[in-house]
Structures are given as C-alpha cells and as structure tokens.
Design a protein around this ligand. Structure first.
Ligand SMILES: [Zn+2]
Length: 424
C-alpha cells in the first residue's frame, strides 16, 4: 500500500539531477500536495523551510521518474528473452504462445511486472494492450502515461467490426480511467498488419478526437520490402492472418513516406523502433513533430539492427525510450536501455541527452511534459532516488553515473504524485 500523502516533505540527496536544469551537488526538493514546490541546494532549501521534515538520502541521486514509452505487460509471462531470435518466427510464435496461456497466468505476470517497474524507477508508461488485462493493475499502481488499445489484423472487410469492438473497449477503458494522467490511446500494430484503408481511417478518426496513436514502424529490415513491393517474409507472415487486403495500395518508398501519406505523422502520434529510417525520414518526423520511441535491446535480441542514433540526433526529434515487452527483452531495466544507446553512440558526450530522453523526452512523446519528466517547481512530484553503490570514480558526474553504472536494483525510492510507491 502507498504511504499516506504527506502534505509537505523535503527530499535531499548527495546529487540532484532535475533534467530541466544542471545537476546540483547536495540538492533538495520540496514536495507539497503532490507537486514540486521548490528545488535547490539542501542548505538553502532547509533554511528556507525550517519547519518541514527532511528525508535525506546519502550517496544517492535524486532525479525524475523514468518514462518507459513502450511496454506490452500482457506478454510478461512469455519472457524474459535471453537469446537472439529471428524476428518473423518470433512474432509468429508470440501469437501462438500467448494463446496457450490462461488468463490467471497472464494476470499474475502483469501484477509482478508492474511491481518491478515501480521498483525500477518507472513512473510513466506507454502501455500497449490487446486484451485490456493490464489496465486494472496499472490504475492500482499509480503509474501514469497512456494506455494504448491495440488494433491488429484489420483488412478492409474487418474495419467496421474492428472499430466497433475497439470503441466498446475504449468506452470501458475511459470509464475506468478516472485519473487524467493515465489517458487512453490507440495503437494500430504496424504497417504490415493493417490495410491501407484501415490505417487511413484510424488515423483520421482518432486525430479528429484528439486521441494519441502509436505504431511499431521500421522495426525489421523486411518492412521496407513489404511497403515497396508487398513481398518478403512479412508478406508471408501476414498470410497467416488470412486477410484479404493487407497488401498496401499506392506507391511508397518506405515506412515514413507511407505513414505520412496516410496522415499518421502528427504531433499526437509516435512510432516505435524506427531502426530502418534515414535522414530524410528523420527530417519528416521532426517537421511533423511525430514522436519516436527507441527500444535498443529488443532490436538487438530480435536481430533487427541498430537504431541510427548519430543521424537522428541531428534533428529536433521528440524522442523517448521503451523496453518493449519481456517477450523481446531480458528485463524492463531502463538504465540498461540508456547504456545500450550510449554504446551505440560510442561516447559519453551524449550522457546528458540520454538522461533527458529517458525522462522528459519520454514525457514529450506521451504528451505529459507539462506535468512530469523533470524536477521543475509546479510539476507533479514524480521522482526517484538512485543509490550510488559503486565507489564514485573521480570526476564521474551524477549524469555519467546514471548512464554508465546505475541499474534498476539501485533504485531505493519511487514517488508518484507525491505518494511513496516504493521505499527500500
Ligand atoms: Zn512493441
């Protein structure tokens, strides 16, 4: 059970990493009624508010909660994935294996995984669900973000029924979601599992209703071939759905151009993976303010290639990080994802940017940056404390520590909306 919401509390640590401003040595945050009221050095904050109780965290970093922009909690029982597998057989197997699980098994694994997300410092998620089974557990946990209802295997003939079913799910979801900080969204699975007409309809329908949409895009090396020519391993995979009109209509040179043609590129929307994109694609996504979500470890395990980080960073892109599900990852540790991106980049020059991407950047992708993602007075008190368990190396800044050394197990305190949700 979460602790009682304390009206006022000062949290202080050896380092404060607010993300929206430079790190501070011996920093503190004043939390009042679930929001950040003030930040500064511990000395100044304690002097300014002498009557307020202080919780001190020695040898620790106080920072915003992590934003995991892409999860599928309902696949938790299928993991963890600990070895490389080929993408197309993997996705085929995923559907079969999920069908073999009982509802009780799925629910149990969701409960366990939500708990582990909070103890790993995650305060917001972009959760994608086909079954809706993860909704209750997320509501209970206090985690915020967007709950994306997934559309998959929709051809022209099935579109009407899919929208009807979806609207029924969506209404249910809205009834349960009484908090404005966990909003419903929509997730058409991918450019190869929905027909052109379906994607176009879904894009415009939800845009009109200002509902945010996400989609897996440019994940595997086979997607462009499917979009160019309608052939390749993904075309074979699609046949297993027995759909009539998935082969896309129109002439497109790749995923981004295709989705832009269907008006899916939009400030409310985001694309997940984006491994096989080039500079022209990134320029288009920056221009349309479409978010992108990077899942580097899932890409690695499914042999999908490496996200072109150096190229992407040249554009003003809204960028967040996701772990994807345990079916394609060996853990949901966001610090490991950050570290993988640093290794892809090949230098620690990027560390500050990576910590921003894992927090405020993710909040921008999910449309919640005004309320969360950094420790700025006025924002919600969504924050974590990371223990420095290794002897600090001389000149290693707190940001370098987060990127190079921290792991999920180092998180010792998670607060969401001023409520303590984890305290080790
Ligand atoms: Zn996914």
């Amino acid at each position: 059970m979460p602790s009682k919401n304390k009206d006022q509390m000062i949290l202080s640590a050896s380092y404060l990493v607010p993300v929206s401003s430079p790190p501070l040595k011996n920093g503190a945050v004043l939390v009042e009624d679930g929001r950040i009221k003030d930040t500064g050095t511990s000395d100044i904050i304690k002097k300014k508010y002498p009557e307020i109780p202080v919780r001190n965290f020695p040898e620790s970093i106080l920072m915003p909660g992590l934003v995991n922009c892409h999860t599928h909690l309902e696949y938790s029982a299928l993991g963890p994935l600990t070895k490389h597998v080929d993408f197309v057989p993997w996705i085929k197997g995923l559907i079969q294996k999920q069908k073999a699980l009982s509802k009780a098994e799925i629910l149990l694994s969701i409960r366990k995984t939500v708990k582990s997300l909070i103890s790993a410092g995650v305060t917001s998620v972009g959760e994608v669900s086909r079954s809706g089974l993860s909704l209750d557990e997320l509501i209970k946990s206090g985690i915020k973000g967007v709950y994306f209802n997934e559309f998959v295997a929709v051809d022209d003939n099935r579109l009407k029924k899919a929208i009807c079913d979806h609207e029924a799910n969506f209404r249910q979801c809205k009834l349960k979601l009484k908090r404005p900080d966990l909003k419903p969204g929509v997730f058409p699975h991918s450019p190869y599992t929905l027909s052109t007409k379906s994607l176009k309809y879904i894009s415009s329908y939800y845009k009109k209703n200002k509902i945010s949409c996400g989609m897996h895009a440019a994940e595997s090396p086979f997607e462009n071939e499917f979009i160019f020519k309608g052939s390749g391993p993904l075309a074979d995979f699609v046949k297993t759905f027995q759909l009539e009109s998935i082969p896309i209509s129109g002439k497109w040179r790749g995923t981004t151009e295709y989705l832009n043609g269907l008006k899916f590129t939009d400030p409310l929307n985001h694309l997940v993976h984006c491994v096989h994109l080039n500079r022209k694609d990134f320029a288009l996504l920056a221009k349309t303010k479409t978010g992108i979500v990077l899942c580097p470890r899932s890409n690695y395990l499914l042999k999908n290639g490496e996200f072109p980080l150096r190229s992407a960073l040249k554009y003003d892109l809204k960028m967040g990080i996701g772990t994807d599900s345990l079916a394609s990852n060996y853990s949901l540790d966001m610090f490991e994802e950050i570290r993988m991106l640093k290794n892809i980049y090949g230098s620690s020059l990027i560390n500050e940017r990576l910590v921003r991407i894992a927090t405020l950047g993710g909040a921008e992708v999910l449309g919640s940056e005004k309320e969360t993602g950094s420790l700025l007075p006025g924002k919600k008190a969504d924050l974590i404390v990371v223990k420095i368990n290794t002897r600090p190396v001389k000149n290693l800044s707190p940001v370098d520590h987060i990127v190079s050394k921290a792991v999920a197990n180092d998180v010792c305190f998670t607060m969401i909306d001023g409520l303590i949700r984890f305290d080790k």
